[in-house]
Design a protein around this ligand. Sequence first.
Ligand SMILES: *[C@@H]1O[C@H](CO)[C@@H](O)[C@H](O)[C@H]1NC(C)=O
Ligand SMILES: *[C@@H]1O[C@H](CO)[C@@H](O)[C@H](O)[C@H]1NC(C)=O
Length: 177
Amino acid sequence: MRTQILASVSLLAAGAYAQACLTTAEAQLVADNFQALIDQPFSIPLAEAALTEDYVDWASGVNTLINSGCAAPLSLTGPTFTNRTDFIKGQSGQAPIGFQILNLWNNCDTVMLRWRGTNLGGPTTPAEDTTGMIVLEVVQNTSSTTQPWQIQTSYSEFNSGAWLYDLGVFKPTNCTS
Ligand SMILES: *[C@@H]1O[C@H](CO)[C@@H](O)[C@H](O)[C@H]1NC(C)=O
Ligand SMILES: *[C@@H]1O[C@H](CO)[C@@H](O)[C@H](O)[C@H]1NC(C)=O
């Protein structure tokens, strides 16, 4: 019994030791995939390779855009997309926007980036740029040689006020210039 317990403990330890960690290059690939889903013509094969099937996207800024600044129909505290199919349905109809990565960080299972959006669409000129932060939680896919890490959850917030301005939804009345 004691030997068995010791054996299980050492197996657990070996398992923990073998746990993989994202490399900087792999984090860059995850970020590049996310960027391409936003700034390139939408690719369903890329979405299926880059995101897990149970992908969940949390972005109250996107919910505000979808709601045109109102508090409904999407809850501002709820997810934007609750699975990959739902994401593909929502995102595939969007025109690509300029999505520049300004900073990139990672730890073993998370990729964090700061971005700037340009040419967001809408009638207002000159447009206001939008800056945002995104945290991507990833899981390893050991059977894939091309996409070793897939995004399982994203948490994203950005300046939705500027974006609503570009879309002509938000019309400020007290600008000095
Ligand atoms: C994906 O999410 C949508 C919207 O919440 C839901 O209607 C659909 O059943 C979900 N599909 C799967 C496969 O979970
Ligand atoms: C992992 O990658 C393999 C090979 O590309 C793919 O067939 C499989 O669907 C992926 N697993 C998941 C959970 O997406």
